[in-house]
Design a binder for this molecule. Structure first.
Ligand code: GLA
Length: 633
């Protein structure tokens, strides 16, 4: 197991200072003039479809899959955007020796039997494509897969044969498997799980018993410092490169499944089209809140082409079944607002007409698929009520008012939450009821209810947008986090079968300290020299953000070191670049200094870069404020 390469990181950081002349070390904060978050693959809006896992676990077969695929089409859900039909764990039989070709379990997928005695999923994908659908497949970045590592002895459809034949994951077979799945079998999406590099260290009982070869663990889920983050990134990067080579037209989706481990928060957006932020969802309200919380403060890490994934929908089961339609509606409304991929996880043969109607909720889908790609921002937060605000491409706002609790309550929505002013017209996107308010309005909320509103009004910023209204166009390319930390803000969602046994499930998502919208990187209100701000981007010193500019003329902000600073970074200089050219820069600013205005002409600039350059390298850099950062007409 490898520790973080801290020494080398500090050596590079030391070269951020003006006195450094070491020729060898590249300046990690140098402007690049290019957008670096992933744009490969096909996910300009969040992928939508159906996946077998929540419905069937590994007991997936062709009959079940095709029944739900047929119902997607017949119910009209496919026409509303649910196009991907994804096979999760359980489709394989073995890896054939000696050529290493993957074989399908034809007992469950009879159409995969070929005349030459081999197997092929091409007939299945051909059928899905002929129905206007797309096809997704599942693998693992290690040698072995999740049900092999974590499934019980009675787990269905485990790979069979010798130890080598049971190695069905991508490890050592990336080129071969990607070519098979995407060129020969013509799949459109792959979900790449990470169990094979997480759970099969030399101490694992299954490894000791000779069932599997040891590997790593490269990921230590309980111990972020003992995870080899660079190696995990390298392995997934190799898959992304193989996909780009195999499908040069870019018609594919790469789904990363690392559950928020390995600091995937900071790099998943550069490699994948969607990236899991938490462990598996289960059909309980507590778990929904947990998964929601791992994504809720990460709006700056989601963009067209790379989405946060709080896991698949569980509408249709447990606390989201037909007797819990309020919870089911909250589930869809929140996932829509967070730009989560919308992947149905139920056997559609069992769906009621109300469930089909909910899944087809056109107004919620429209929010999710809005082309601006702005994940909703958390505008108000408490254990009981949360208010999320999403800015749409046409400048209107969508608001979700969530009652997390099991008792009735109310939420007071203010114009400031939505960064609007004057008289604001409202439409309830579920009931269709319209109204209006000035200043604020109070909305009653039933237990676990989410009210979804569309707001139309004058923008608080009359002639432009705050960056916090356009997180889909802001990429924290380097967010300043030197030592990734588990995220203490993650709600402690207990796995239902554990009840209150043990010490509980502690927050682990490695997202603490990253760039944040309208708060500091550690969740505090933005503040410099005792002046509090309600809008801006909070990030650490030693950071570089990329901002896409679609026609605005001026960038303005008020910048400074946040009052929460320890002074570790020394003076911080704020620089604004446009397409690689220096446009504006502040004096070096120390903690305690008042915010300083910074402005730049960006009328012919496509990519703006915002750099906060510290005087001193530190493993605990100071938070800085890009206060009221905005693009103006
Ligand atoms: C992991 C993933 C799930 C599912 C299972 C399959 O737990 O997080 O989404 O794919 O593996 O075994």
């Amino acid at each position: 197991m490898t520790k973080l390469p801290l020494a080398s990181f500090l050596a590079v950081l030391a070269c951020l200072t003006p006195g450094c002349h070491a020729a060898a070390a590249p300046d990690p904060l140098a402007p690049t003039g290019r957008w670096s978050a992933n744009t490969r693959g096909q996910a300009a809006t969040p992928p939508m479809g159906w996946n077998s896992w929540n419905a069937f676990g590994a007991a997936v077969d062709e009959t079940k899959l095709m029944a739900s695929a047929r119902l997607l089409v017949d119910s009209g859900l496919a026409a509303k955007g649910y196009r991907y039909v994804d096979i999760d764990d359980g489709w394989w039989l073995k890896r054939r020796m000696p050529d290493g070709r993957m074989l399908v379990r034809t007992a469950n997928f009879p159409s995969a039997t070929t005349a030459d005695g081999g197997t092929s999923l091409r007939p299945l994908t051909d059928r899905l494509h002929a129905m206007g659908l797309k096809a997704g497949i599942y693998s693992d970045i290690g040698r072995n897969t999740c049900s092999q590592v974590f499934g019980g002895a009675d787990a269905p459809n485990l790979p069979e044969g010798t130890q080598a034949e049971r190695e069905t994951g991508l490890y050592g077979h990336v080129e071969q498997d990607i070519a098979l799945y995407f060129r020969e079998w013509n799949f459109d999406l792959i979900k790449v799980d990470g169990c094979g590099i997480r759970g099969l260290g030399p101490d694992n009982p299954r490894v000791k018993a000779g069932l599997y070869r040891p590997l790593g663990p490269v990921i230590d889920f309980d111990d972020l410092p003992r995870t080899d983050i660079a190696e995990v990134r390298r392995l997934y990067g190799a898959v992304a490169d193989a996909l780009a080579r195999t499908r040069p037209a870019g018609d594919y989706v790469l789904s990363l499944c690392l559950w928020g481990s390995a600091d995937v928060r900071s790099w998943g957006k550069d490699i994948g089209n969607m990236s899991r932020t938490s462990e598996d969802i289960s059909p309980t309200w507590a778990r929904l809140l947990h998964n929601l919380d791992t994504t809720a403060r990460r709006a700056l890490y989601a963009h067209p082409g790379s989405w946060n994934d709080p896991d698949m929908l569980f509408i249709g089961k447990g606390e989201f079944d037909a007797a819990h339609m309020v919870e089911a509606r909250s589930h869809l409304a929140l996932w829509a607002m967070l730009n989560a991929p919308l992947l149905i996880g139920m056997d559609l043969r069992q769906a009621t007409s109300d469930q089909i109607a909910l899944l087809g909720w056109a107004q919620a889908i429209a929010l999710n698929q809005d082309r601006a790609g702005n994940q909703a921002v958390l505008a108000y937060d408490s254990a009981e009520v949360q208010i999320y605000v999403k800015t749409l491409a046409d400048g209107t706002k969508a608001v979700a008012l969530l009652n997390r609790s099991a008792a009735p309550t109310h939420a007071t929505l203010t114009a400031e939450h939505a960064k609007l002013t004057g008289t604001i017209a409202t439409t309830d996107l579920w009931t269709g009821k319209t109204g209006s308010f000035t200043g604020e309005t109070t909305v009653p909320l039933g237990p676990h209810e989410t009210v979804l509103l569309k707001l139309v009004g004058r923008h608080r910023l009359a002639n432009g947008l705050y960056l916090s209204e356009m997180p889909g166009s802001v990429n924290p390319a380097i967010d300043g986090v030197v030592q990734p930390q588990p995220d203490p803000l993650v709600h402690r969602g207990l796995l239902p079968w554990n009840d209150t046994r043990g010490t509980g499930e502690h927050p682990r998502y490695g997202g603490w300290g990253g760039a944040a919208v309208d708060t500091g990187p550690y969740g505090q209100q933005l503040q410099a020299d005792h002046e509090k701000l309600d809008t801006g981007i909070g990030i650490l010193a030693g950071s570089r953000m990329e901002v896409r500019n679609a026609g605005h003329a001026r960038f303005t902000a008020r910048v400074g070191v946040d009052d929460a600073a320890w002074g570790n970074s020394g003076a911080v200089t704020f620089l604004v670049y446009g397409d690689g050219r220096l446009l504006a820069q502040s004096a070096p600013l120390h903690a305690g200094h008042a915010l300083v205005p910074l402005a730049a002409d960006v009328h012919d600039v496509h990519l703006i870069e915002l750099i906060a350059r510290p005087e001193n390298a530190s493993v605990a850099p100071d938070p800085v404020v890009w206060g009221e950062a905005a693009l103006l007409n």
